[in-house]
Design a protein around this ligand. Structure first.
Ligand code: NAP
Length: 329
């Protein structure tokens, strides 16, 4: 049984959605498949900043790392006391609260060698990178991959997985010295600048085409370039909703495919493969513990409180993040 006392949650102010405030709330009761988690750390993702204005009075935050304190009657894989990490469900309350309920099918065991702060920075970006690479692009060893926006939270893990796990040739894009250095550190073979001519830069590397493209930023802006660079029969995945209809016909001649990746789809629609996220997170935790993957945390934002969270939203929405930012509770 879950404890019945109240808990502290950090919510979007009901009167000014650029601000946050603490509220006392009833502890949520876990449903049959749910875990009640004592949240120890959370990270901030661009999605938090995108949905904030639509959620007055609600908690944001989807990434979390914490400890299971209660569980529903049907929960099979976790017990009280287990350390877990997860990216939550966009249709439920966020993780910016001391206690949070989450469906066990989208939860993984926290990496043993990472503390909660570092663990909390991983799940949402890792699920996006993994599903984009292995479920949508279906990448293979030895092939070439272009990662657009490679220094961001998602790009950092796309580069690591593609290079260190799948042994691809990885070209990442970055436009500043800091981001260029970071993308190299993540393991990219080459770094090119997304603010300059990409085909010319790839050509200088001896590459006319690439087998796969993972677009982390700016689907509209980069679409025509992606169509030019993709190899015949190649695959493109994007994780950013377009602002305009895309000129899909440009992919016809090469019979190249384009797909979307949204890591919330499985939990939002309760798809039959929803529990694959549990398996992905457990695998990612093992890869982190084995040192194949490394933490992408760059900003320890301290203890979660209203002013610091508002500042973190400004940082994340600047479009200049390198890796990830996380808070402890
Ligand atoms: N579909 C999903 O499941 C999913 C999951 C996670 C995130 N997302 C979305 O994916 C996007 C990226 O997320 P993130 O967490 O990786 O973001 P992020 O950490 O904020 O990305 C920041 C990076 O974007 C690069 N960038 C900025 N403008 C760019 C441009 N015009 N072209 C290419 N790169 C550019 C910057 O590199 P420079 O400073 O070097 O320019 C910076 O390093 C966000 O829109 C987010 O909402 C979607």
């Amino acid at each position: 049984m879950a404890p019945t006392q109240t808990q502290k949650a950090l919510v979007v102010s009901p009167t000014d959605t650029s601000r946050f405030e603490f509220v006392e709330r009833e502890v949520p009761q876990p449903g049959p498949y749910d875990l009640l988690v004592e949240v120890k750390a959370v990270s901030v993702n661009p999605v938090d900043t995108k949905v904030r204005a639509k959620r007055p009075g609600k908690s944001l935050g989807w990434d979390a790392s914490g400890v299971v304190v209660a569980r529903g009657s049907e929960v099979k894989r976790f017990r009280e006391g287990d350390e877990v990490f997860y990216a939550g469900d966009l249709t439920r309350e966020g993780t910016n609260a001391s206690l949070h309920v989450v469906d066990e099918r989208i939860v993984g065991h926290k990496p043993r060698k990472l503390d909660h702060l570092h663990a909390a920075s991983i799940p949402l970006t890792a699920l996006t990178a993994w599903e984009g690479l292995y479920e949508q692009l279906r990448v293979e060893q030895g092939k070439t991959l272009l990662v657009i926006g490679a220094a961001g939270g998602v790009g950092s893990l796309v580069v690591q997985l593609a290079k260190r796990l799948t042994k691809m040739t990885v070209i990442g894009t970055a436009s500043r010295d800091t981001t260029r250095d970071w993308v190299k550190k993540m393991g990219a073979d080459h770094v090119v600048n997304h603010r300059e001519n990409l085909p010319a830069q790839l050509s200088a590397l001896g590459l006319k085409n690439v087998d796969a493209i993972f677009c982390c930023v700016g689907t509209d802006a980069h679409f025509e370039t992606m169509a030019e660079l993709i190899a015949p029969g190649g695959r493109i995945v994007s994780i950013v909703e377009p602002e305009q209809p895309l000129p899909m016909g440009k992919l016809f001649g090469k019979r190249a495919s384009f797909s979307w990746e949204l890591m919330f789809t499985k939990s939002m629609y309760k798809t039959p493969d929803m529990a694959s996220q549990q398996a992905i997170l457990d695998r990612v935790a093992d890869l982190l513990d084995e040192g194949v993957l490394t933490s992408t945390l760059t900003v320890d934002a301290g203890v979660l409180e209203p002013a610091a969270l508002a500042e973190a939203h400004r940082t994340v929405s600047s479009g200049k993040m390198v890796g990830k930012l996380a808070f402890r509770l």
